[in-house]
Design a protein around this ligand. Structure first.
Ligand SMILES: NC(=O)c1ccc[n+]([C@@H]2O[C@H](COP(=O)([O-])OP(=O)(O)OC[C@H]3O[C@@H](n4cnc5c(N)ncnc54)[C@H](OP(=O)(O)O)[C@@H]3O)[C@@H](O)[C@H]2O)c1
Length: 245
C-alpha cells in the first residue's frame, strides 16, 4: 500500500464499528495518523490496536454526537485535521406517524448537526493550511428513500446538499468535500435487522450486501491524491442498486 496520506491526520467519526472502523484502517494503511472517534471504549481500543499493528498512530477521542457541546469539544481535542470523515450515523426506521420527536431530533443531531459543527470547526484550519479532504458518508436512502426511512433519508439528502455547498465554500482554498453513498452493508448496526436486511442485498445489481471494507475503499479514494480533482461529488458505492430506474 502506498503512503499517500503520510504526515496527515484523519478524524473518523464512528470508528468503533462497521464502515467507520474499516475506514480508519484503510486510511491508516495509506499512512495517516487516525483520531478514532466513538463512544464504546472497548471497541475503540480494538480499532486503535489494529491501526497500530499497521504501523500508524491512533488515539481514541470519545464524544456523544447528539450533544453539540461534545461535538465542538471533540473538534478542539482533534487538533489540526487533514482528513475528516463524517461517518457516524444512526438509522431507526419508522413511518411518519410512528416517528417520535426524540427519534426525529436524534437523527438530525447525530447525522446532520454533528457533521455541520465538525466542518464549521475544522474546515477553516484546512483552508488556512491550503489542503484538506472531507468525506461525508451518505446512503442510497438520500435519493431513493424506502418506506420507513423518511427522516433518515432526509438527513442524508441534506448531507449531500451540504457536501456541494461546502465544496464551493472551501474548494477555493484547496479543501475538497465529497460524499460516498453506501449501499446495504454488513455492520454491527445492520446486524439487528437480520434476514430482512440480508434480502436487501438481493435488491442490488451485484446481488449481495457490501462488506464495510468495500465502502471504506471508496472513502479512502476520496481522501487520497488520486481524487485530487474530485470535489462536490457523491460517489455511489451501492453495488449498482439504482442501475435501472
Ligand atoms: N450499514 C449500511 O447498510 C449503511 C448504508 C448506507 C449508509 N450507511 C451509513 O454509514 C455510516 C456507518 O454505518 P454503520 O452501519 O457502519 O454503523 P454502525 O455499525 O451502527 O456504527 C455506528 C457508529 O457510529 C457511532 N455512533 C452512533 N451514534 C453515536 C453518537 N450518538 N455519538 C457518537 N458516536 C455515535 C457508533 O459509535 P459507538 O457505538 O462507539 O457509540 C459507531 O461507531 C452511517 O452514517 C450510516 O448511515 C450505512
Amino acid at each position: 500500500m502506498h503512503h499517500d496520506l503520510a504526515q496527515q491526520t484523519a478524524l473518523v467519526t464512528g470508528a468503533t464499528a462497521g464502515i467507520g472502523r474499516a475506514t480508519a484502517l484503510a486510511l491508516a494503511a495509506r499512512g495517516a495518523d487516525v483520531v478514532v472517534h466513538g463512544r464504546d471504549e472497548r471497541r475503540a481500543a480494538d480499532t486503535v490496536r489494529r491501526i497500530e499493528a499497521l504501523g500508524a498512530k491512533a488515539r481514541f477521542e470519545p464524544a456523544d454526537l447528539s450533544d453539540p457541546a461534545q461535538v465542538t469539544a471533540l473538534a478542539d481535542r482533534a487538533g489540526a485535521v487533514d482528513v475528516l470523515v463524517n461517518n457516524a450515523g444512526i438509522f431507526h426506521f419508522a413511518r411518519t406517524v410512528d416517528t417520535t420527536p426524540a427519534t426525529f431530533d436524534a437523527h438530525i443531531g447525530i447525522n446532520l448537526r454533528a457533521p455541520y459543527l465538525l466542518v464549521q470547526a475544522l474546515a477553516p484550519g484546512m483552508a488556512e493550511r491550503g489542503r484538506g479532504a472531507i468525506i461525508n458518508v451518505s446512503s442510497g436512502a438520500a435519493g431513493t428513500p424506502g418506506l420507513g426511512s423518511g427522516v433518515y433519508g432526509a438527513t442524508k439528502a441534506a448531507l449531500e446538499s451540504l457536501t456541494r455547498v461546502w465544496a464551493a465554500e472551501f474548494g477555493p482554498a484547496g479543501v475538497r468535500v465529497n460524499a460516498v453513498a453506501a449501499g446495504p452493508t454488513r455492520t454491527e448496526g445492520t446486524a439487528a435487522y437480520g434476514d430482512a436486511f440480508e434480502s436487501a442485498g438481493q435488491a442490488v445489481a451485484l446481488r449481495r450486501l457490501a462488506d464495510p471494507e468495500e465502502i471504506a475503499g471508496a472513502i479512502a479514494f476520496m481522501a487520497c491524491s488520486e481524487a485530487s480533482y474530485v470535489n462536490g461529488a457523491t460517489l455511489a458505492a451501492m453495488g449498482g442498486q439504482p442501475a435501472l430506474g
